[in-house]
Design a protein around this ligand. Structure first.
Ligand SMILES: Nc1nc2c(ncn2[C@@H]2O[C@H](COP(=O)(O)OP(=O)(O)O)[C@@H](O)[C@H]2O)c(=O)[nH]1
Ligand SMILES: [Mg+2]
Length: 402
């Protein structure tokens, strides 16, 4: 089976089961669905009522100090905007990667049109396009080498076959030798899990925590947030706004206080209330690198002292629009903190989405999630297949018609 065909099958079939498996966009009462989606939608509604039921029990257990009732749970269920309700993962990647698609895929198309034959000039220009999409020099070299071998192996002459080969190799290079599949947050199924979010100012830590809280809540978990960025003006309030939107508690101290103390209190509160996952925000000032790293290790020490095996994940948040800068941040942070996963935000805001391949291939830290927008449903697990689908969506859909 051809690679494009495989992708298409994966995502057209997935559309029917996506909300079942991810339990993300439930409460779906929008009427804009077309006829073909009706049966899938009916199933979604059924499934979501089950999810709600689970959420109800969870909330009743954890918030014993409040009057537990279905009413109060409904109040804390976030209101999704209509456009947030019904969107498959493939659609989200397609929309989120539109800038990169317009930049990268249209250049590949032009290239294919310009050169009919696969030759050295073709590869040279392809190399430029890939570097221009922030794929990263080392990764590009590897990729070109792989492509040249594949062209020989399959005896490809015509450039029109190259789009598919390129997409296939993009996925392969992301997956590497291990092919660990799509990676989620590392959380315990019993007992408290603590996740620390680190990264420089403005990359999207607080926003990601809000989105993550929403995701986890939709999966039926109870969540608490720790306002560990006590440094930046307005940071605590920003996290509180997310707490309210998503309907989870936020533990905070006043501005300027010791972040380790905030996190300590949050861990105690999370234990006392039987919370499943505690997400900890941190400050990201890089003006004083040594101080920041000391502060982070202090916070980390408090967490591991209070909860065995914690932090369960240390998520480094990187801004995709900063390109190679994100790479150097990743190096700085992973030298001093044991980063276990990456969230790459603002992929929707860059035409150079190739950075995700460079990060995975050159840093060897899994990109677990990507930010594809500012809404609370815009955090997705990173799936290289979905990524490539997003890159070549127009072409794939054309093939479908044929
Ligand atoms: N377009 C887009 N904007 C994002 C994304 N993630 C975060 N942002 C925006 O980036 C800005 C900084 O985010 P913030 O969470 O405050 O960063 P922090 O300083 O690391 O906590 C905010 O305006 C967010 O709305 C994303 O995935 N896509
Ligand atoms: Mg912040």
């Amino acid at each position: 089976m051809s690679f494009f065909k495989k992708l298409k099958d994966k995502f057209t079939k997935q559309e029917e089961t996506v909300e079942e498996s991810q339990a993300l966009e439930h409460k779906d009462e929008s009427n804009e669905s077309n006829e073909t989606e009706e049966s899938a939608e009916a199933e979604t509604v059924e499934d979501s009522s089950e999810d709600n039921a689970e959420a109800v029990t969870a909330v009743e257990e954890s918030e014993s100090d409040e009057e537990p009732s279905i009413q109060s749970v409904e109040e804390t269920q976030p209101e999704l905007l209509p456009e947030e309700k019904k969107e498959s993962i493939a659609d989200k990647f397609k929309k989120g990667l539109s800038k990169t698609r317009n930049n990268f895929s249209s250049k590949v198309n032009d290239l294919v049109a310009k050169y009919r034959k696969v030759d050295e000039d073709f590869f040279e220009e392809l190399e430029e396009i890939l570097i221009g999409a922030d794929v990263g020099v080392n990764t590009v070299m590897e990729l070109i080498e792989e492509l040249e071998m594949e062209v020989k192996r399959r005896n490809i002459k015509d450039t029109s076959e190259m789009r598919e080969v390129i997409s296939e190799k993009l996925v392969e290079i992301y997956q590497g030798d291990e092919n660990e599949g799509v990676q989620e947050l590392n959380v315990n199924n019993d007992g408290l899990s603590v996740v620390l979010f680190v990264g420089v100012n403005g990359v999207g830590k607080t926003t990601t925590i809000g989105k993550m809280a929403h995701r986890l809540k939709q999966e039926g978990k109870t969540v608490m947030l720790a306002a560990g960025d006590t440094f930046r003006a307005g940071a605590i309030e920003q996290l509180e706004v997310w707490g309210e939107r998503v309907g989870v508690d936020v533990i905070k101290h006043s501005a300027g206080s010791d972040p380790a103390a905030v996190v300590y209190d949050a861990v105690q509160a999370a234990k006392a209330r039987g919370v499943d996952v505690l997400l900890c925000d941190t400050a990201g000032r890089l003006q004083n690198k040594v101080n920041l790293m000391n502060e982070l290790s202090k916070v980390k020490k408090v967490i591991s002292r209070e909860v065995p095996d914690a932090p369960h994940d240390v998520m480094l948040v990187l801004d995709a629009t900063t390109g190679q800068n994100a790479m150097s941040q990743a190096k700085t942070f992973s030298e001093t903190t044991d980063v276990t996963g990456i969230v790459l935000t603002k992929l929707d805001g860059t035409a150079k989405g190739g950075i995700v391949l460079a990060i995975r291939n050159e840093l060897n830290i899994p990109v677990k999630y990507v930010g594809l927008g500012e809404k609370m449903t815009d955090l997705q697990t990173f799936d290289p297949d979905a990524f490539v689908y997003g890159l070549f969506a127009d072409m794939l859909e054309e093939t479908e018609e044929a």
